[in-house]
Design a protein. Structure first.
Lengths: 434, 303
C-alpha cells in the first residue's frame, strides 16, 4: 500500500470525527423540546403548527412572528412536512395546530375524532355558515362537532388572458353558447382557445370534468343520493353516473377539441410556461396556477371567470375547495395556547390579508370585496354562494378516476367511461359496507 | 510477467500455434497505443447520461423564474442568477439541515461498518454451529420484508424508546443494512485464510485482537463497498427521516428540500440550487474515493 490512501483514510477519519463532534451537541440540545407532554418552559408553551402549503412557509413565518410579539408566552414552530402527520398520531405526539386542504382524505381524520371541537371558539361564529358547511359536508365527529374552521377558500374557473380577449374584442362569456362562439372566434384568428395539458391527467379531472359536471348538475346532492344507495347501485338506476352525467359529457369533448394540437404530450408545467407566454387565450386551472404564471411572465394580465355550462347565466357556478382549514388535535397538551393561536389566525386582519395576498377568498361572513383582478371575475359567484366542490374530490383515492377521465378524453367513449365509474363506485361501496 | 511465463511453454509445445499466438499478442499490444474510436465514442455517449442531467441542474440553479419557461432549457442563463443559492440557503436553514444530515450519514456509515463486519465475522467463523447458521438465515430473511409494511410499528416503537430523532434514524439505517451488508462481508471473510488467524492466536492474540488487527484491515475493499452503500443510502434517504424525526428543526436535507415543491407550485430554480448544494458532499466524496468506489463495486459484484 502506498502512502496516499493511508493519508486519505486519515483525512476521512478526521473529517468524520470533526463532523460528529460538531453535530453531537446540536442533536443533544434539539431533542430537549421535542419530547411529548406539555411542552412549556419558564411559562412559555411551544406549539407545533403543521401547515399544508410549502409555498407560503415564508408568509406564515411572518404571521407567527407577529403572533409571538403579541403573545410572549407562546412559541410557535412551523412544520410543512405533512408526511409527518400520521407518524405524529402514531407516536401520540401530533402537531397542536394543523391546516389541511379539505376533501375525502381529511374527512377520514375528522370522522375518527382526531380533531377537537371548535364550535365554542368565538371566531367560529364569524365564519360564513355556507363555507363552514363545505367542511361539515364531509362528515362530522359525533354528528355535530366542528372539527375544522375554514381559513382559505380557493375558487377555480377559467383563467383568461385579458390582452387577448381585448385584442379580439371578446367579452367574458355568460352562457355556453357565448363561450363556444368565443372559442370559434379565437380559432378563426389563429389563436388556440384553450391550452390543454392532458398528459397530467389531474388537470383534466379538476378542470373540464369538474367544471362540466359541477355546472350541469347538483354535485353535493348527486353524491348524497349515490352514497345513500350504497352497493345496490347499477348503471340503469336513477342515482347512477350513467343516468346523471351522460348529457353533460359531450361538452367535455367539445372543450377538449378547442385545445391545441399535441395537448396529450403537455404537462402542467408546460402549460404554465406556454400560457404565460400567450400561446392560448384560456386555461382551465385554479388560482394555484396564478403565481406560477406570473413567475413565468411578470407582465401577464390575467382574469378568471366561472365556466358557463348551460345557456342560463343564473346556473353558472364556480368550483371551490377549502384550501386550508384550521384544526386543533384533540389530545394536545397545549389546548389553551392552541385556541389562542387559531383565534389569532382567524382575526379578520390576518385571514383577509392572507387570502387577498394568495388569490383566494376569505371564509368570513363580513369579508371585504376581493381586489385582486386575477380573481375578481369569480367574486360574484362566491359571494352569492353559487359554488360546488369538484366531483373528483368525492371519490376515494382507491378509484383511479383521473385515468378514467383521461381515457374518456382520448377514446371519446362516454358509455364505457360512465359504466366504469358505476362499477368502481359499487365495488368501493361493497368493500366499505358495514 | 505472468503472461510471458505462461505463454512460453505453450509456444514450445505447439509450434503450430506460434503464429496464432504471436499474432494475437501483437494485436493486443497495438491496442494499447491505438485509440479505439468506437469504444471512445460509446463512452462519450454514455457519459452524457451523467453530464447532461448535471448540466441541467447547474443551468436551472442559475436561472431566474422568467428564464425557466423560455427556450429548450439547454440554453445557459444570461444573466446568471447567483441569488438562488443564497435564497435556498436561507429558506432551508441549510447549515442546520446539513449538520443533521451529516450526523445521520456519518454515524450510519460507521455503525454499518462496525456492526455488519462483527456479525459477519462471528457467523463466518462459527459456521459449523447450528445457532450461527440459523442466525444467518434469520438476518437474511429480513431482506424479504418490505420497509413500508413495518414503518408505522417502527414509528411507535422508536417513539416509546425516545428515538424519534436523527439518532433513531441512524439506528434504523444500521439495523436495516445489517442483512445485506452481512451477506457481503461473510463471503469476503470466508476468502481470508484461517491460518492467518491461527498464527496470531499462537502469538497470544484474543478474538477481539484477531478481528481488530487482522480481519478488519483485510476487509478494506468490502468496507469501501459497504461504506459507499451506507453513505448514499443515508445521505439521500427521504422516507425514514420524514416519518421518524418529530422535531422539524432537526429534519434532514432531502425532507427540508420539499419546501420548494408544493402541490401545484414548484420553485425550480431554488429547488435545483438547493439540490446542487446537497449534492456537493456526495460529489466530493466520490472524487476523493473514486478508486475505492470502482474496486468496491467489483468486489461487491462477486459474492
Amino acid at each position: 500500500m502506498s502512502a496516499t490512501p493511508l493519508s486519505r483514510r486519515a483525512l476521512f477519519k478526521a473529517a468524520g470525527l470533526a463532523g460528529a463532534a460538531a453535530v453531537l451537541p446540536l442533536a443533544g440540545c434539539g431533542s430537549v423540546p421535542s419530547g411529548s407532554g406539555p411542552s412549556s418552559q419558564n411559562g412559555v408553551s411551544t406549539l407545533r403548527f403543521m401547515q399544508n402549503k410549502p409555498e407560503v412557509v415564508a408568509y406564515f413565518n411572518q404571521v407567527i412572528k407577529d403572533f409571538e410579539a403579541l403573545n410572549p408566552d407562546i412559541r410557535v414552530i412551523q412544520d410543512f412536512n405533512e408526511g409527518n402527520f400520521v407518524p405524529g398520531l402514531v407516536r401520540n405526539d401530533p402537531p397542536d395546530v394543523v391546516t389541511r386542504g379539505f376533501a375525502q382524505a381529511t374527512a377520514d381524520y375528522v370522522r375518527k375524532g382526531v380533531f377537537a371541537d371548535l364550535s365554542d371558539l368565538p371566531a367560529a361564529s364569524t365564519i360564513d355558515p355556507k363555507i363552514q358547511d363545505l367542511v361539515s359536508s364531509w362528515g362530522q365527529y359525533n354528528g355535530h362537532e366542528t372539527s375544522a374552521l375554514p381559513f382559505s377558500l380557493a375558487a377555480a374557473g377559467v383563467i383568461y388572458r385579458r390582452d387577448i380577449f381585448e385584442a379580439q374584442g371578446v367579452s367574458v362569456p355568460k352562457t355556453w353558447d357565448e363561450f363556444v362562439a368565443a372559442c370559434e372566434k379565437f380559432k378563426a384568428a389563429g389563436i388556440t382557445p384553450i391550452y390543454g395539458t392532458f398528459k397530467d391527467n389531474w388537470t383534466l379531472g379538476q378542470g373540464m370534468f369538474d367544471y362540466v359536471a359541477g355546472g350541469a348538475l347538483d354535485i353535493a346532492d348527486f353524491f348524497a343520493r349515490l352514497t345513500a344507495k350504497g352497493a345496490a347501485i347499477s348503471a340503469d338506476a336513477a342515482e347512477s353516473f350513467t343516468s346523471n352525467f351522460g348529457p353533460a359529457l359531450p361538452k367535455m369533448l367539445e372543450l377538449a377539441s378547442f385545445s391545441q394540437k399535441g395537448a396529450a404530450s403537455k404537462n402542467y408545467a408546460d402549460g404554465n410556461a406556454a400560457f404565460a407566454k400567450g400561446q392560448a387565450a384560456m386555461y382551465l386551472q385554479g388560482p394555484w396556477a396564478l403565481s406560477q404564471l406570473v413567475a413565468a411572465n411578470k407582465n401577464v394580465r390575467l382574469g378568471s371567470f366561472p365556466l358557463p355550462v348551460t345557456n342560463n347565466p343564473a346556473d353558472t357556478k364556480v368550483r371551490v375547495n377549502v384550501d386550508m382549514a384550521l384544526s386543533i388535535t384533540r389530545n394536545t397538551p397545549n389546548m389553551a395556547a392552541a385556541r389562542r393561536f387559531v383565534s389569532y389566525l382567524l382575526d379578520p386582519s390576518v385571514v383577509n390579508a392572507y387570502n387577498e395576498k394568495n388569490a383566494a377568498f376569505s371564509p368570513l361572513k363580513e369579508a371585504p370585496a376581493v381586489e385582486n383582478p386575477q380573481i375578481t371575475g369569480l367574486a360574484a359567484s362566491v359571494r352569492e354562494g353559487r359554488y360546488y366542490q369538484g366531483a373528483t374530490t368525492y371519490f376515494p383515492p382507491s378509484v383511479p378516476l383521473y385515468n378514467y377521465v383521461q381515457a374518456f378524453v382520448y377514446g371519446k367513449n362516454s358509455q364505457q367511461f360512465l359504466s366504469a365509474l358505476d362499477d368502481e363506485w359499487r365495488r368501493v361501496a361493497e368493500r366499505t359496507a358495514v | 510477467m505472468t503472461a510471458s511465463t505462461f505463454s512460453k511453454p505453450v509456444n514450445k509445445m505447439a509450434p503450430l500455434g506460434l503464429k496464432n499466438r504471436s499474432g494475437r499478442t501483437r494485436k493486443s499490444g497495438r491496442e494499447g497505443y491505438k485509440v479505439n474510436w468506437w469504444l471512445t465514442a460509446l463512452m462519450l455517449v454514455a457519459s452524457l447520461t451523467v453530464l447532461l442531467p448535471l448540466y441541467f441542474t447547474v443551468a436551472m440553479a442559475l436561472k431566474s423564474p422568467d428564464q425557466i419557461g423560455t427556450g429548450t432549457g439547454l440554453a445557459w442563463p444570461n444573466p446568471m442568477n447567483w441569488d438562488n443559492f443564497a435564497a435556498a440557503y436561507v429558506a432551508t436553514n441549510f447549515p442546520v439541515a446539513f449538520m443533521s444530515t451529516a450526523f445521520v450519514t456519518v454515524f450510519s456509515v460507521l455503525g454499518s461498518l462496525a456492526c455488519s463486519s462483527l456479525v459477519a465475522y462471528a457467523i463466518a467463523r462459527n459456521w459449523n454451529r447450528r445457532f450461527f447458521r440459523g442466525s444467518f438465515v434469520y438476518l437474511l430473511s429480513a431482506m424479504f420484508i418490505p420497509f413500508p409494511v413495518i414503518i408505522l410499528p417502527l414509528i411507535k416503537q422508536t417513539a416509546l424508546l425516545g428515538l424519534d430523532n436523527p439518532g433513531g434514524v441512524v439506528f434504523l439505517h444500521v439495523l436495516g443494512g445489517i442483512s445485506f451488508n452481512t451477506l457481503l462481508y461473510i463471503a469476503f471473510v470466508r476468502s481470508i485464510p484461517v491460518e492467518l488467524e491461527e498464527s496470531a492466536r499462537l502469538d497470544g492474540a484474543t478474538t477481539w485482537q484477531v478481528f481488530r488487527k487482522i480481519i478488519f484491515p483485510l476487509l478494506a475493499p468490502m468496507n469501501a463497498t459497504v461504506g459507499i452503500f451506507a453513505f448514499l443510502g443515508s445521505w439521500n434517504d427521504f422516507l425514514l427521516p420524514q416519518m421518524m424525526i418529530a422535531d422539524p428543526a432537526l429534519q434532514t436535507l432531502p425532507v427540508v428540500q420539499m419546501l420548494f415543491q408544493g402541490e401545484f407550485n414548484t420553485n425550480y430554480s431554488l429547488a435545483f440550487a438547493s439540490y446542487l448544494m446537497a449534492m456537493a458532499p456526495t460529489l466530493v466524496v466520490y472524487i476523493l474515493a473514486q478508486r475505492w468506489v470502482l474496486s468496491g463495486v467489483m468486489r461487491g459484484a462477486v459474492k
